[in-house]
Design a protein around this ligand. Structure first.
Ligand code: ASP
Length: 439
């Protein structure tokens, strides 16, 4: 078996956390490929090293004296090295980095040093080889990940070593300059490495024991999700559930490699499995509930709309011309509703209304603001009758007025629109009917 293990910033924030990681890696011979993030927060109110690097580089760029900020960053690493009792010194590395800050090698380079230095420490601590991600992970000129070029190099380079550390979050552009993924991008590196070595599992270690059915800020201590499919996860993370970087599923998904989300602080928990497909039924019919506030609905009415060819296209064209993306478009016989993000729409509201009148000639347009969308996601809904009905009755009991309900054709999700102020009550009601009632 081959396992790729990625550790997030909070798992590597201090020498104490490093020790836990060391124990986890050593516990299984198969854990051969380690992807570290930069040191994260040690306590609430602390600053992540990545943020310290951005801040320090900004000072360098503005020609300010950045020595103090730089020293604080070095202190974070020195604390880890001495706490682990290593004889390693990063002094010469820091000299090079300081010079490169003065030469203004770029914000991406600066941010990437967090993972780079942590990778060196991790390799030394575990006795693993170290491979600089800039030499094996590549981006195209336009900044997107270069899958072909990466594949050609990464697999061959990794094959030279039995056990390796590859720092997360960055790679290099065709001209050799360092480029990072978006924030949280070490998750993507882990996935790319798992793809390259044809891993059996991609373990992603963080500070929670996997995904929860619902946001714990709304329902305290909710039950966890044991198994979720890639598609279900896409639906949930789009609606705000964040544990894993959105793009991290694509490289492993292509190879059918499962992801196991684990907790560094509770390694005995089995966490959440993210898989391509499964015959394991979720206990509660639904797999998860997520949602977001801050939507507007634009309700357009026109008699005989259903018979008019091209009506929908004309309406959606207006949104496109104004650079507004739409979220959902439920429709009736003579009505069509477009849900958009309120903050994207506000400034362009009247332009959109005029545009729709001009192009589509509707009878009326009615706008409603301060709406929330809730996604109830579950592969189990397909084979179960009455899910939508149960949601409706639960919401009616909770005195929540449903503004919209839209079931995706895959029967994987049901989207419900409610007023912002009913958001929490609606989620509680849905959780209660599907989960609490079955506990
Ligand atoms: N250290 C980077 C960040 O804070 C990348 C990562 O942790 O995945 O975003």
């Amino acid at each position: 078996m081959k396992k790729v293990v990625k550790f997030g910033g909070s798992s590597l924030a201090s020498a104490e956390q490093f020790r836990k990681v060391g124990d986890i890696v050593r516990a299984e011979e198969d854990r051969r490929y380690v992807i570290p993030s930069a040191p994260g927060k040690r306590f609430s109110g602390d600053t992540k090293v990545t943020d310290m690097l951005y801040d320090c580089y900004k000072a360098a760029e503005e020609g300010e004296d950045f020595k103090g900020k730089f020293k604080n960053i070095k202190a974070r690493y020195d604390e880890i090295i001495s706490g682990l009792g290593l004889s390693l010194s990063l002094d010469s590395e820091f000299k090079v980095i300081e010079e490169n800050f003065k030469k203004q090698l770029g914000e991406n380079y600066a941010a990437s040093r967090g993972e780079y230095l942590n990778g060196i420490i991790m390799a030394d601590y575990l006795g693993f080889a170290f491979i600089d991600a800039a030499k094996v992970i590549f981006f195209k000129e336009d900044g997107t990940w270069d899958e072909e070029k990466t594949k050609a190099t990464l697999g061959a380079e990794l094959a030279k070593h039995d056990k390796v550390v590859v720092p997360g979050f960055y790679g290099s552009l065709p001209d050799g300059t360092v480029k990072t993924f978006s924030r949280g991008g070490s998750d993507i590196t882990g996935s790319i490495v798992a793809q390259a070595v044809h891993a059996d599992v991609y373990e992603n270690w963080t500070d929670v024991s996997g995904f929860l059915i619902v946001d714990p800020r709304i329902i305290p201590d909710p039950v966890g999700i044991e198994t979720i499919t890639y598609r279900e996860l896409r639906e949930l993370s789009y609606m705000g559930a964040t544990v894993l970087h959105e793009e991290a599923i694509f490289p492993v998904r292509k190879e059918g490699i499962p992801i196991n989300i684990r907790n560094t602080n509770a390694p005995q928990d089995s966490g959440t499995w993210i898989v391509e497909s499964t015959c394991q039924k979720s206990k509660y019919i639904i797999t998860g509930i997520a949602g977001k506030k801050g939507f507007c609905s634009i309700n357009i009415e026109k008699d005989m709309m259903n018979a008019e060819i091209g009506f929908g296209r004309k309406v959606l064209n207006v949104f496109e011309d104004n650079g507004i993306s739409f979220e959902h478009v439920p429709s009736g016989i003579d009505t069509m509703t477009v849900f958009v993000h309120q903050d994207e729409f506000m400034d362009k509201e009247q332009q959109v209304v005029t545009g729709i009148h001009r192009l589509a000639k509707p009878d009326t347009i009615d706008i409603e603001a301060d709406l929330a969308l809730i996604a109830v996601v579950g592969r189990g809904m397909k084979s179960t009758r009455g899910t939508a009905g149960r949601i409706f009755s639960a919401l009616a009991h909770a005195k929540v007025n449903v503004k919209m309900i839209d079931q995706g054709s895959s029967e994987l999700n049901i989207i419900i629109g409610v007023k912002n102020e009913d958001f929490e009550a609606a989620i509680k009601a849905i959780y209660n009917i599907f989960v609490v009632a079955r506990l």
